[in-house]
Design a protein around this ligand. Structure first.
Ligand code: CTP
Length: 420
């Protein structure tokens, strides 16, 4: 079959890193490389040492027109593990061994290919190939699940005769399936087109006097990532943000606020416009009851105490006024994560809550990564491992979109696209 004829868009100008690992199916990567090049892609091949036992690097070098990278420590390849993924539109690993899947899932970087996966931000397509018993092994399946949850496209192996002589599931997927997965991974996802998403982000600042305030450690990164992801997936997005040091995401309307009261007003005004509310802001729960009009002088104020009052629970208030909006909240917890998050989901009348254990190292406030459990009002629970906040934003949007779809299939007319 001529794949170029069978698959719609071509790969002209696309930079693809093709990872080849040590499976008997490595020879099929040669044909895949030729097809990628025929479709117009610029392909750089990275092999693991064990892959070179099956096919020589020279074969890939001649066909790709580029040196094949094998070793992170080769001088001519200095920083390849960073520069190649930075230029790449996608990484395809075909064939991917059980070892390769395990390293990718666990974030190990002990060779050039696995290290590249840690530095890359682009879509990753993996096509596993191994013996049938290995493919169905629980640890391999666990790693596949982890990768899928992070957005990796896994092209499942096919059933047929294996190198061992057995019949089972483990054969590298047909080239047409790998290419179709690559095309889908490269195509911009527009599943949020027609939605109007109201996102909140960052901390609020509650004044004590004109120069001091109560606030929290929120950087705003999670909410900004959600706004950016929703915009990229076709939604119209308004981001209501407390003070942060982050650049404005492209294509997103930004409303800057300072206090919880300002945030409440800005969000309430736009509630009727929105189809989805995603409340990622870390709103201060308390504010000084009587902020001073003038700077409080230290003289004569030894042992100063502050009277505090509760701020409005913005999310609960929006939820009480909502019509058809899908309401998504966050729960920042330090103990009993799911119990506390479930209680908030119910108390605030939410459809979905993103439960965060902010004590996990490398997750939560200020970090570029986060780990979360998504809990919906039907009791569905998805545990997501530590991942970049942008990937978590996509996972949240995936789940929210599924909730919309299940709502639409049980209701008519559509609450999302019906307009207002
Ligand atoms: N939230 C809000 N208004 C507030 C406080 C919180 O809208 N005044 C929102 C947050 O943006 C988040 C959700 O409610 O989406 C849960 O926030 P969190 O800080 O985890 O919990 P709280 O409701 O503030 O309860 P507690 O601090 O007691 O855990």
């Amino acid at each position: 079959m001529n794949i170029s004829d069978s698959i719609g868009p071509t790969l002209i100008g696309k930079h693809i890193v093709l990872g080849v690992t040590g499976s008997i199916a490595a020879y099929k990567a040669v044909a895949l490389l030729r097809t990628l090049i025929r479709e117009g892609a610029v392909v750089q091949v990275v092999m693991t040492q064990s892959a070179t036992k099956f096919v020589t690097p020279l074969t890939f070098e001649v066909l790709s027109g580029h040196p094949v990278s094998l070793d992170i420590f080769e001088a001519r390849q200095a920083m390849t593990h960073v520069s190649w993924p930075a230029q790449a539109d996608a990484i395809v690993i075909a064939p991917a061994t059980a070892n390769c899947l395990a390293k990718a899932a666990m974030g190990m970087g002990d060779d050039l290919l696995s290290t590249m996966l840690l530095t890359s931000q682009c879509p990753l397509v993996v096509a596993p190939a191994m013996d049938g018993g290995m493919w169905t092994h629980p640890s391999v399946q666990e790693h596949v699940k982890t990768l899928c949850a992070r957005g990796t496209v896994v092209v499942n192996p096919e059933i047929g005769p294996l190198a061992s002589g057995q019949i089972g599931q483990g054969r590298l997927a047909e080239e047409s399936r790998i290419l179709a997965a690559l095309h889908a991974a490269l195509a911009p996802q527009r599943d949020w087109q027609g939605h109007r998403v109201l996102v909140s982000a960052g901390p609020t600042q509650e004044p004590i006097d004109p120069v001091r305030f109560i606030s929290n450690r929120s950087s705003g990164k999670m909410g900004y990532a959600v706004a950016e992801a929703a915009q990229a997936r076709g939604a119209q997005v308004v981001l209501v943000t407390g003070p942060t040091a982050l650049p404005i995401p492209r294509g997103v309307e930004v409303v800057s606020v300072s206090t919880a009261e300002d945030m409440l007003k800005a969000l309430s005004m736009r509630l009727a416009w929105s189809t989805t509310v995603i409340m990622a802001a870390a709103v201060a729960d308390f504010r000084p009851t009587h902020p001073a009009a003038q700077k409080i002088k230290k003289q004569g104020h030894t042992g100063q105490t502050l009277d505090l009052e509760q701020t409005t629970d913005i999310l609960a208030s929006l939820s009480a006024q909502r019509t058809t909006q899908l309401m998504v909240g966050f729960a920042a917890e330090t103990s009993d994560l799911t119990a506390h998050a479930q209680a908030k989901l119910t108390a605030k009348g939410l459809d979905l809550i993103v439960a965060n254990d902010v004590t996990i190292e490398g997750a939560g406030f200020g970090s570029d990564q986060n780990a979360a459990t998504l809990i919906d009002r039907q009791g569905g629970m998805t545990e997501l491992p530590l991942m970049p906040k942008r990937a978590l934003a996509d996972a949240i949007l995936n789940r929210a979109h599924e909730l919309f779809c299940s709502r639409q299939s049980s209701q008519s007319p559509s609450p999302v696209l019906g307009g207002r």
